[in-house]
Design a protein around this ligand. Structure first.
Ligand code: NAD
Ligand code: UDP
Length: 314
């Protein structure tokens, strides 16, 4: 049991993390400026005795009263259309905001966890497939995605500097593509795009040829991995993701098979530079060090996500 500060707690993954931590009896203080998150994600937690919300941009100065045991930094735009639309906010979330959250952990003598991403691996060459934590990455430093990728690499870098130079107790989790209820139906990520398009009977848009691959982790599995890392003695970085790999075309076929009246699958021009061609986590470290592996198969996770998007779209 402890008091936990979570930046980005009103976001998709953050709000599921809040549910799980409150259920375990922890006290939470969520800091979020609702840049990409939503009040509806945490509406059910308002009034809970263990839950406190501060509307705050964590890249700006802020103070937290009282003792804190854990500081979790999740605040950052995460969907490619979001970080394309919000480049400077994304850079600040990885840089200034990470500094401030690290300083809070120093001040409170708390453990710090950084939500990093598989994007630190960039677009790996075929011999780096699947990606393990020892791979240093192949990121275009000046491309459109660099505001996100390089900000996260910077965030990992300063986290390690605080660990080495200032003795902070740190954790770095590299999260791979995660999906589930509470993703915004229009946030532009592939799972919600395909579900929303199918429910409306619109064409499913495969970017490029649709042969690029991703590995999709259901949100409760991702949250479980993050918390196992937080409570372990492992500093990371540790990959948390589902190693079952699909082409984006296969994902589209699965979604259309589950939604009566779904539209056709079409290809459109790739709207983003440097879209990684393959992505699949090597989760040997998570398996051996944390005893973690994902449990929810894609079919089941998609069913739960389709139900949530259907309810939300009415
Ligand atoms: P999200 O956009 O739903 O959540 C991010 C939250 O951070 C939002 O509530 C937003 O309002 C908040 N936020 C952003 N900037 C802020 C700031 N300056 N101050 C305060 N709050 C701020 O995204 P998500 O998918 O839940 O991602 C959460 C974290 O996990 C991010 O750090 C992201 O990089 C990481 N991640 C997510 C995925 C994924 O597949 N969803 C994969 C890899 C890494
Ligand atoms: N994608 C797609 N159609 C869409 C949205 C995304 O084909 O409508 C592709 C995108 O090009 C990428 C993959 O799906 O190859 C995953 O995209 P997402 O934005 O969900 O996450 P990323 O892994 O790129 O951060």
């Amino acid at each position: 049991m402890g008091r936990i500060v979570i930046s980005g707690g009103a976001g998709f993954i953050g709000s599921h993390l809040c549910d799980r931590l409150l259920g375990e009896g922890h006290g939470l203080f969520v800091l979020d400026n609702f840049l990409t998150g939503r009040r509806s994600n945490i509406a059910h937690l308002i009034g809970h005795p263990g839950f406190l919300l501060g509307e705050q941009d964590v890249s700006e100065p802020f103070a937290v009263d009282g003792p804190v045991d854990y500081v979790l930094h999740l605040a950052s735009p995460a969907s490619p259309p979001d970080f394309k639309r919000l480049p400077f906010e994304t850079i600040r979330a990885g840089s200034f905001a990470t500094h401030r959250m690290l300083d809070l952990a120093i001040e409170k003598k708390a453990r710090f966890l950084l939500a990093s991403t598989s994007e630190v691996y960039g677009d790996p060459p075929p011999e780096q497939h699947p990606q393990n934590e020892d791979y240093w990455g192949n990121v275009n430093p000046i491309g459109e995605r660099s505001v996100y990728d390089e900000a996260k690499r910077y965030a990992e870098m300063i986290t390690m500097a605080y660990r080495r130079e200032r003795g902070l107790d740190t954790r770095i989790v590299r999260i791979f593509n995660t999906y589930g209820p509470r993703m915004k139906p229009d946030d532009g990520r592939v799972v919600t795009n395909f579900i929303r398009q199918s429910l409306h009977g619109e064409p499913l848009t495969l970017y490029g040829d649709g042969n690029q691959t991703r590995s999709f982790s259901y949100v409760t599995d991702t949250v479980d991995g993050i918390l196992r890392l937080l409570m372990s003695n492992e500093p990371g970085p540790i990959n948390i993701g589902n190693p079952v790999e699909f082409t984006v075309r296969e994902l589209a076929e699965r979604v259309t098979a589950m939604i009566p009246g779904a539209g056709p699958i079409i290809t459109v021009e790739m709207p983003f530079q440097d879209d990684p061609k393959q992505r699949k986590p090597d989760i040997t470290r998570a398996r051996t060090l944390l005893g973690w592996e994902p449990k929810v198969p894609l079919e089941e996770g998609l069913r739960l996500t389709i139900d949530a998007v259907r309810t939300e779209l009415g």
